[in-house]
Design a protein around this ligand. Structure first.
Ligand code: NCC
Length: 276
């Protein structure tokens, strides 16, 4: 695989990754039973036009970063899964515009998705690992986690909070680009929530700053900034092709290496600002 130039790679991402949310007109969701649950407005309409956006990874290296005020200065902030802000404002900020959660979190009882108030702010998006390039019907019959029931329960409990289901096709469109631009064979598992969230924000915003996805000088084996748990795989990847995701993001970074080293900060253009 020949490495593409950063400009070319951005064009590939812009043109081949179709980031959409499941809509009432999509295949198996095209029933009156589903119409009541899916948000009426598109994600674009709900979010409006955004200039500067931040994506905050959950990495342990955010601890003692003092990045909170900088993160909160953005028009919109995306966070992942159960990453809290309460008690961590100083390092990660307190604004949450979008929270991207995986289907395991929504499904598994112990995660308390239906009851923890952490999930009640901002726009929610859930994604589920679909079989490689499966069509939406096949995925609907066999999701990785059976999250649909809890999705509906959450919607009944919080009807005013926008809550989208990420169309599963985008994860493999993105994976194909990761594979084409890597010298090694990548295991056929979908990209991490982190990588998906970055691409979602690139579709919505003029400019995206990503924090501690590429680790700074604070790099640590501590998995999350909000837990004591140590595991190297959190940063390097085990199930998800994290290392390949990070190489790709490094390649298209428009910020400086110093920004990565001191702030764990990457600057990416929104797709509106990518001209091919
Ligand atoms: O840990 P997780 O990810 O929720 O982290 C969100 C994203 O932040 C980036 N990250 C995280 C830690 C770290 N040290 N370095 C990082 O770069 C990654 O991009 C990551 O995607 C996930 O991707 O959904 C994941 O979810 C967890 C877990 O399911 C949720 O936290 C809910 O409890 C997975 N962990 C386990 O299943 C044990 C993780 O593998 C992937």
């Amino acid at each position: 695989a020949a490495k593409l130039s950063p400009e070319n790679l951005l064009c590939q991402l812009r043109d081949r990754v179709n980031t959409t949310m499941v809509q009432g007109s999509d295949g198996p969701f095209n029933t009156s039973a589903w119409q009541r649950y899916l948000p009426r407005k598109s994600l674009n309409e709900t979010m409006g036009r955004l200039e500067r956006c931040a994506v905050v990874s959950s990495a342990g290296s955010l601890k003692s970063s003092h990045l909170g005020p900088e993160i909160d200065s953005h028009d919109a902030v995306l966070r992942f899964n159960g990453a809290p802000t309460r008690g961590f404002k100083e390092d990660v900020g307190e604004k949450t515009t979008v929270r991207l959660v995986n289907s395991q979190l929504v499904t598994v009882e112990e995660q308390q998705f239906l009851t923890d108030a952490l999930y009640n702010t901002g726009i929610l998006i859930v994604w589920d690992p679909a079989p490689y390039h499966a069509d939406i019907h096949e995925w609907y019959r066999k999701p990785d986690y059976k999250f649909f029931e809890n999705y509906k329960l959450y919607r009944i409990k919080h009807p005013e909070q926008p809550f989208y289901i990420l169309n599963p096709k985008m994860q493999w469109q993105l994976w194909d680009i990761l594979q084409e631009n890597s010298l090694e064979h990548i295991q056929p598992n979908p990209p991490s929530s982190g990588m998906l969230g970055i691409v979602i924000m690139m579709t919505l915003c003029d400019e995206v700053h990503v924090y501690e996805f590429l680790p700074s000088k604070r790099q640590t084996d501590v998995c999350h900034y909000y837990q004591k748990f140590h595991d190297r795989a959190c940063t390097m990847g085990a199930y998800h092709p994290l290392l390949f995701e990070k190489n790709l993001v490094k390649h298209i970074n428009q910020g400086t290496d110093k920004d990565i080293y001191t702030h764990g900060k990457v600057t990416l253009p929104g797709f509106r600002n990518v001209h091919c």
